[in-house]
Ligand binder design. Sequence first.
Ligand code: FES
Ligand code: FES
Length: 155
Amino acid sequence: MRVTITVNDTEQRHEVEDRTLLVHFLRENCGLTGTNTGCDTTSCGACTVLFDGESVKSCTVLAAQADGHAVTTIEGLSADEELHPVQRAFQERHGLQCGFCTPGMVLASVSLLQENPSPTEREVRDGLEGNLCRCTGYQNIVDSVLTASREEAAR
Ligand code: FES
Ligand code: FES
């Protein structure tokens, strides 16, 4: 089947098998390898992207279900050369170690802050509970999200 998905503001039209997952569409058809696959079973959040602005685990969505919709991956988070405020906060607060979980963590955090611009630490931890960090660097990840929240509030 042929699907057309707007990915990072660019129309991506590709022929795929009916069972193709969105994460594989992004990586293999679009060449956007910033979206990682960790578990393929909705457990780890490494594949998190924004789907019509809301975070989803792209290993739980068929490419066919995204037909006609808009997806943002880590590559498209910032329109220009500058880092998105959440990316900048992860850099400043050392919110990553190996970086494998980071694209998913950042996109889940962007979605979290859109819904709740001034979360408490508890709310950040709850909001990111679907995203696992195998390096276990949760403290700095939470600090990064709180920093991004404070910096946005100060703008
Ligand atoms: S690869 Fe999608 S949740 Fe783990
Ligand atoms: S930084 Fe390594 S998995 Fe999170």
